[in-house]
Design a protein. Structure first.
Length: 249
């Protein structure tokens, strides 16, 4: 199979001045929810490629990717110029191990995301498997400002479909709201605020935790969870903490 498949832009959805979702049609191999692919554009004669997590569930042929424009980022500034019908290169198959197959059995699944990393969790929540495997699921979306709590309609629909099973907990770190926890995820684990809001205990006996996004959040949250007795999940040494970071510190 060749390195790239040519896909076509269906829609670019603007959430805020920095946050966008790109919807594509492309003939790629089936992927597993939670995986990422690579998206590329030819910029000044060079093919510039970056990894992006699928937001759509594996059964949905409309591929979706959620991204933030990062200052001086070589690719993201060009992604926002794409018009419907424009060509985009995409890798022929998904990759990565941030998937349910890698997560051991447990009563409860905690999904902790910063910013654009809500994407792979929405893909996983679009599968039937996740609802069959876990009694309770806690979805955490941690952002700087309230307007960055995107995909709220999709999350509202999931809550309506799974009222007994799903808990959604927004975090907003840089402004006050009357609905979100103000601050950062590791602090709210340490001071008990997250468990209190979820109405569940986060411990090694009942919990699996998937963490995705900002590398500082992944690192600090892992450290706090390790202090509570949870450990990193490895194939040869199963634990409770499965992580993916979107860039390096
Ligand atoms: C496995 C994997 C999956 C990824 N999935 C996504 C995704 O679904 N959505 C997405 O927006 N990005 C995702 N990324 C990051 C993405 O690949 C790019 O790095 C990002 O879009 C910026 O591209 P760029 O070329 O403009 O700048 P780059 O040169 O790639 O990045 C420049 C800097 O921007 C910051 N940065 C990068 N990504 C983010 C981000 N998502 N949020 C905040 N700051 C960031 C970092 O400080 C980075 O060093 C993923 C990365 C990995 C490794
Ligand atoms: N979001 C914007 O409005 C905006 C605007 C322009 C450019 N950008 C660029 O986009 C990138 C970041 O955007 P972003 O808002 O998606 O991501 P982010 O910086 O990863 O912030 C998302 C959330 O993660 C929290 N966080 C950061 N470090 C953490 C840690 N060590 N432990 C726990 N929580 C942590 C943040 O809290 P804190 O708020 O406490 O850090 C925030 O609530 C940066 O490159 C930035 O320069 C963003």
């Amino acid at each position: 199979m060749s390195t790239w498949v040519e896909g076509t832009v269906v829609r670019l959805r603007k959430w805020t001045d920095e946050l966008y979702s790109l919807q594509l049609k492309a003939d790629i191999a089936p992927f597993t929810a939670g995986q990422f692919t690579r998206i590329a554009l030819d910029i000044n004669g060079e093919r510039v490629a970056r990894p992006y997590s699928f937001v759509n569930g594996p059964d949905n042929p409309l591929l979706e990717f959620y991204f933030i424009i990062v200052p001086h980022g070589p690719l993201t500034h060009h992604l926002i110029d794409l018009q419907p019908g424009a060509p985009v290169f995409i890798a022929p198959r998904g990759a990565g191990f941030f998937i349910l197959d890698e997560v051991p059995a447990a009563d409860n699944l905690w999904m902790l995301a910063t910013g654009t990393a809500i994407g792979p969790f929405l893909s996983i929540l679009a599968t039937t498997e996740v609802w069959q495997r876990f009694k309770r699921i806690v979805l955490v979306h941690a952002v700087r400002t309230a307007e960055e709590l995107t995909y709220s309609e999709e999350i509202r629909q999931l809550l309506a479909q799974h009222p007994e099973q799903l808990e959604f907990i927004p975090f907003v770190s840089r402004e006050d709201t009357d609905f979100a926890i103000r601050g950062r995820v590791p602090d709210a684990i340490e001071n008990g605020q997250l468990e209190a809001r979820a109405g569940l205990t986060l411990n090694a006996e009942t919990s699996q935790v998937m963490i995705c996004g900002n590398p500082g959040m992944v690192r600090d949250t892992t450290a706090v969870l390790e202090a509570c007795g949870l450990k990193k999940n490895k194939r040869r040494d199963p634990g409770q903490i499965t992580t993916e970071q979107y860039w390096k510190d």
